[in-house]
Every structure is written in C-alpha cells, then in structure tokens.
Design a protein. Sequence first.
Length: 85
Amino acid sequence: MVLVLLALVASLASAVLFTTASRADDQPVVAPPTLKVQPGDTLWDIATRVRPGRDGQAAVAEIRRINHLDGYGLTPGQILILPRT
C-alpha cells in the first residue's frame, strides 16, 4: 500500500514538473534591458531617459529596487538593469 502511494505521489510530481517545464520552454528567454553608466550620469537622468513622461521619483525607486542599490551614487562603467517599459 505504501509503495502504491509513493508511486502515485511520484507520478503526480513528475506530471507537475513536466507541465511547468513545457510552459517555460514555450516562452523565449529575454534578457532585461541594461544600461552602462556614463560619467556624469545620475539616477534621475537615467530614470527620466528610460521612463519619459512617468513619475521620476517612482522610476528612480524602481531602478534602485531592481539593482539592489542602497544609495543614489553611481560609478561610470556600472551596468544597471532597467525596468521593462
């Protein structure tokens, strides 16, 4: 009885994993947009450039969140992940 139960659970788990993997294969993997920080760039400049017409403070907060930035300072050459539009 225990063996039958284990076989049933394993079959169910396999079906779930197969279904999830099939869905993942259907969608192409698209890398998030990035930007290389140039000398003189600020988060505000970048946020208003990549999210024109949107709330600048919200765009800055989103860039900081996506990139796990504690502060507002940037380093030239730093690669930032940008929010998808």
